[in-house]
Design a protein around this ligand. Structure first.
Ligand SMILES: Cc1cc2nc3c(=O)[nH]c(=O)nc-3n(C[C@H](O)[C@H](O)[C@H](O)COP(=O)(O)O)c2cc1C
Length: 144
């Protein structure tokens, strides 16, 4: 079993969360941590667990660099791929972490979405405390 965390981050907030999730997840399962800039879309199906990290841009929009990943998963639906999405945003904006919501809705329909996680700007201790819960939910075995 293998997991991948693919994230984007311009000022480092989402990267901090991605690193915290990686550090927790890698103690349970072989995990790759990758910036979207280095990610090969054709490798998605190598993974059993696929985790997306994104900030929000514009007015609740996906960052430009995440749009191709979104479209790739949307058009290659895989209900066996267990997914999660997390992100950082700023409550100053009306659509707080809108990019997380957009990924959530698509992943729920096209994949086996396990969990979502939103953080305001730079993660605080209360956010770090939620990381083990995020990882446990991600890895929990589904009974069908
Ligand atoms: C031009 C601009 C637009 C933004 N729009 C939103 C938004 O609609 N919703 C939101 O929650 N955050 C918004 N943000 C805040 C960023 O998502 C937030 O600062 C995030 O933590 C940046 O992540 P990063 O440090 O990983 O790059 C915006 C920031 C900028 C500069």
């Amino acid at each position: 079993m293998k997991a991948c965390i693919v994230y984007t981050s311009t000022t480092g907030n989402t990267e901090e969360v991605a690193t915290a999730i990686y550090n927790q997840l890698v103690s349970h399962i072989d995990t790759d941590l990758m910036s979207i800039d280095n990610f090969e879309f054709s490798t998605i199906n190598m993974y059993d667990y696929f985790i997306i990290g994104t900030y929000t841009w514009g007015n609740g929009q996906l960052p430009t660099e995440m749009k191709a990943l979104y479209q790739r998963i949307e058009t290659h639906a895989n209900k066996h791929l267990r997914t999660a999405v997390f992100g950082t945003g700023d409550r100053f904006y009306p659509l707080f972490c809108g990019a997380v919501d957009r990924f959530r809705d698509m992943l729920y329909e096209k994949t086996d979405l396990a969990v979502t996680f939103k953080v305001e700007l730079s993660p605080q201790q209360t956010d770090y405390n939620k990381v083990p819960i995020f990882v446990d939910r991600m890895l929990a075995v589904q009974v069908s």
